[in-house]
Ligand binder design. Structure first.
Ligand code: GUN
Ligand code: ZN
Length: 441
């Protein structure tokens, strides 16, 4: 039996915060502890209570005065774009053609995919992200590399092979039948193996013919426990091009709706330039709009309207969208999210930001019983945050008087340097890294 008691200031959410004073939405324990057994959380509570429960012989890791939270969750990014972050000067369609479709061709080589997959997973963990939903490249080998790297670290990861059969270089195109067959084989191989989940991934309407959309429709119908992911209404030129390719559709959202792709396991990246009708379709179907603030600013795409999603009762999540996104850090992502909403006269409270990165994103994935909280029975995926990791933060923290203020400083000034430790299924990953480095020749 593998037991561990993790001690520190503990914060976990139980509901969506309704304002900066909504103390009922979270549990905060000044001297708290999380008791972990065999990769799962047995109980979370005050150190005194948990110590009694765990017994005198349990191993204790004392993280005081650091903050202990559920590991962060990233609901949209591209693993083959890890080395294409910071590609200069273009908006979406030009950026895809100039940089991304060139970069993704490298993933025909399995050795390259394996090398990048390892770096990708390590980058997520060093930023405190323990679960992510990623696009792989069109090559099935890239999906193998992705899940092998996740499995080696014990991470709960979601991903899938991009399907695209037009408007991309020939080396990156599959066919409707090939996309269907390869996706089927990959689902059989990976979906439900250990902590892996598969996401059926038609890239977007521009790169899929109606025939490929029909194949996606079949895949979604045949695999109701798989996720589905695509891109929607990120950029105005993209919207015009996509709707011109599907003239029978009412609007961009209707392209996907006509192929029955919209359901509560569907993640639609960006979802910016939408009509009220389209947002109401999100609400009716339970589909999730994915807010990718660093990407939307970097590619000059537009501003996600979270208040409108809320008004219609539609679901939304947050994500980095690396490599359109400029950082793997969910802290930096929420910093930009705050600014994007602020520009539109909307407020994202510090509690809401931390809720979104954890329980909110878990709910968007229907995984709230496994991840995104520190409740008994959940997976022990945990992040430990140091609010004084940078000297400017440490200096600023001297004047902070509340938890809300501390969280806002973490999100506004923080990055991977604030990740003091990250646990995946109860295993400390940073300490392990340090040991690995220490024994290297
Ligand atoms: N739309 C279609 N593919 C992509 C991609 O790789 N990144 C972004 N940001 N948008 C897309
Ligand atoms: Zn994307």
């Amino acid at each position: 039996m593998n037991e561990l008691l993790i001690r520190g200031r503990v914060l976990t959410f139980v509901a969506e915060p309704q304002g900066i004073d909504d103390t009922a939405s979270y549990r905060y324990l000044e001297d708290g502890a999380v008791f972990v057994r065999n990769g799962k959380i047995v109980e979370t509570g005050s150190y005194g209570d948990i110590r009694k429960l765990a017994g005198a012989n349990v191993e204790v890791v004392d993280h005081r005065p650091n903050l202990i939270l559920p590991g962060f969750i990233d609901t949209h990014l591209h693993f083959p774009q890890t080395q294409a972050i910071a590609s200069y000067g273009a908006q979406l369609l030009e950026w895809l053609n100039t940089y991304i479709f060139v970069e993704e061709q490298k993933f025909a080589r399995a050795a390259h995919a394996a090398e990048v997959a390892d770096r990708f997973m390590d980058e997520l963990l060093s930023n405190g992200t323990t679960t992510a939903v990623a696009y792989c490249s069109v090559h099935p080998e890239s999906v193998d590399a992705y899940f092998v790297a996740a499995e080696a670290r014990g991470m709960r990861m979601i991903g899938g092979k991009v399907m695209m059969d037009r408007n991309a270089p020939e080396a990156l195109r599959d066919t409707p039948q090939q996309g269907y067959d390869e996706t089927n084989r990959l689902i059989e191989k990976w979906h439900g193996r250990g902590r892996a989940h598969y996401a059926i991934s038609p890239r977007f309407a521009i790169t899929s013919t109606p025939e490929q959309m029909e194949m996606s429709q079949a895949l979604v119908a045949e695999h109701p426990t798989c996720y589905v992911q695509t891109h929607l209404s990120e950029n105005r030129d993209e919207v015009a091009f996509a709707t011109s390719l599907y003239p029978e559709a009412k609007d961009y959202t209707d392209i996907y709706a006509r192929y029955d792709l919209l359901n509560e396991r569907m993640l639609l990246g960006h979802s910016i330039h939408l009509s009220d009708r389209e947002v109401s379709v999100f609400a009716e179907t339970g589909a999730v709009g994915v807010f990718c603030p660093t990407s939307n600013l970097f590619l000059g795409s537009g501003l996600f309207d979270a208040a409108r999603f809320d008004k219609f009762g539609a679901r939304w999540s947050v994500a980095t969208d690396v490599g359109g996104g400029t950082s793997f850090s969910m802290l930096e992502t929420m910093d930009e999210a705050y600014k994007v909403l602020h520009l539109q006269g909307q407020r994202l409270t510090p509690f809401n930001s931390f809720y979104r990165m954890t329980r909110g994103n878990a709910l968007a994935l229907g995984l709230e019983h496994q991840i995104g909280s520190l409740q008994a029975g959940a997976d022990a995926d945990i992040v430990v945050l140091d609010s004084g990791a940078k000297s400017a933060m440490e200096f600023r923290m001297r004047t902070a008087t509340s938890l809300a203020e501390e969280l806002f400083i973490l999100q506004t000034m923080g990055d991977d340097r604030c990740i003091a430790e990250v646990y995946v299924a109860g295993k400390a990953m940073k300490t392990k890294d340090r040991k690995r480095q220490a024994t290297a020749p």
